[in-house]
Design a protein around this ligand. Structure first.
Ligand SMILES: Cc1ncc(COP(=O)(O)O)c(C=O)c1O
Length: 426
């Protein structure tokens, strides 16, 4: 049996319908922005393999650090033990985070990083003997697939089977200028109850919710209002950290710094599974007690894995090189000009750019996640040698920083070819 057939028989894949007729593409190798399948076909990975890859696939510097670490110390329990890669990573990361961030908690993905943020926030009030039981989030949000992370995510198709099990959350509209009055009025209503514990948001970009971009102004007002009322603010930077939106964090564009920051996806440059939740003094303080019942009883088997930490250190080294910075500038300016071209096309709606991310919608009647159009677009990009995973009819490019100018040009040409085909088909 072929790899694809054994895979189909044995393995359950994420977000994949049971009756999916297509077989999974078997990738046998990857280098820089390219994936190669078992038949030698090449695909440009225009979505950095679910937005995780920062420096290109099989980066030799990260690979070397991983190999060295794997031969020295591959893993050790992180309760009661520590190691140099974790400590080095903590020093390097804290240096790059806002000054108020004091301590890091490691986990293994984005959902756990947000779960930990929420649990830290909620328990910090319990530890202080304060009854704060309400959590605030934004409509359209996505914070992960575990039950707690799902609770603070927008209710929809993905969460529907679990609605009876999700805790109640106060959802505010997306903080745009048009929604400002409503946002503030709704937030004030929750704050009046004196029961709000935490406000979680994806700063500047709701990624899985459809690459919805919004500016910092109204969000800053919400964050400031929360801070004034002692509500813990949590920035979910799982997608946006590590310069995805231009600055190291999207929160670096806010005038008010969040209390907790969640990072994952790009932490290790997209090589090893790792999540990080950082927090400020106020949170740390509420756990600094001799009372054992006030311990943060949370952990994962692979918390602080040394290989992941070494990869994370290597990724930060690469991010700080002038070559990476130049590449990021090149991608941003390419996307800005690509966006202008897209705006001239009548099939395109709402072309938008943020840092090194470009997104737009295709004009279509069927626009929900289940539409056939989504699959058609996905297949057409594959035919053009590009992996681009649409979100409904939202097309989005979020490549690794090493992507070549030729590959960017190919993405632009292919996009317009596909749009042209689509206008012929409609
Ligand atoms: C903003 C945000 N938070 C959390 C998550 C969950 O991350 P993971 O898939 O690593 O659990 C995602 C995933 O896309 C995300 O976009």
């Amino acid at each position: 049996m072929s790899i694809a057939n054994i895979d189909k028989k044995n393995i359950w894949h994420p977000f994949s319908h049971y009756h999916e007729t297509r077989k999974n593409i078997v990738i046998s190798q990857a280098k820089d922005e390219f994936l190669y399948d078992e038949n030698g076909n090449q695909y440009i990975d225009s979505v950095a393999s679910w937005w995780v890859n920062l420096h290109g696939h099989s980066n030799p510097y990260i690979a070397e650090k991983i190999a060295e670490q794997a031969q020295n110390l591959e893993h050790v329990i992180f309760a009661g033990f520590t190691h140099e890669p974790a400590v080095t990573f903590s020093e390097k990361l804290l240096e790059l985070l806002p000054d108020n961030q004091e301590k890091l908690f490691f986990s293994d993905n984005g959902s756990t990083s947000t779960e930990i943020a929420l649990k830290l926030a909620l328990q910090s009030f319990v530890n202080r003997g304060e009854r704060k039981i309400k959590v605030i989030a934004l409509e359209g949000a996505y914070h992960g697939d575990t039950l707690g992370a799902m609770s603070v995510s927008s209710r929809g198709l993905f969460t529907e089977p679990f609605h009876p099990f999700l805790y109640e959350v106060c959802f505010l509209p997306l903080p745009t200028v048009e929604n400002e009055r409503e946002c503030i009025a709704q937030l004030e209503k929750v704050l009046d109850t004196q029961e709000a514990a935490a406000f979680i948001f994806e700063p500047l970009l709701q990624a899985a919710g459809g690459m919805r971009m919004y500016d910092a102004n109204v969000l800053c007002k919400l964050v400031e209002l929360c801070k004034k009322h002692g509500v813990i603010t949590i920035a979910d930077e799982v997608v946006t950290a590590f310069y995805r939106t231009g600055k190291f964090l999207a929160s670096d564009q806010l005038s008010s710094t969040p209390d907790i920051i969640c990072m994952a996806k790009g932490v290790t440059g997209g090589t090893m599974a790792m999540g990080v939740t950082s927090c400020n003094r106020w949170i740390v303080e509420s756990f600094e007690t001799k009372d054992r019942s006030k311990t943060f009883y949370h952990g994962h088997s692979f918390t602080g894995n040394p290989i992941a930490c070494s990869a994370a250190v290597a990724s930060l080294d690469l991010l700080e090189t002038s070559a990476s910075e130049a590449n990021r500038k090149r991608i941003s300016s390419f996307f800005e000009s690509f966006k202008l071209d897209l705006e001239q096309n009548t099939m395109v709606r709402n072309a938008r750019c943020l840092g090194h991310i470009l997104a737009f919608e295709i004009e279509a009647e069927e626009s929900n996640y289940l539409s056939n159009l989504r699959d058609w677009i996905y297949d057409r990009f594959l035919e053009e040698g590009i992996l681009m995973r649409p979100l409904g009819n939202t097309i989005c490019f979020i490549p690794s920083y090493c992507i070549s100018q030729d590959s960017l040009e190919h993405i632009r040409t292919a996009t317009f070819n596909i749009i042209k085909d689509l206008s012929g088909n409609q």
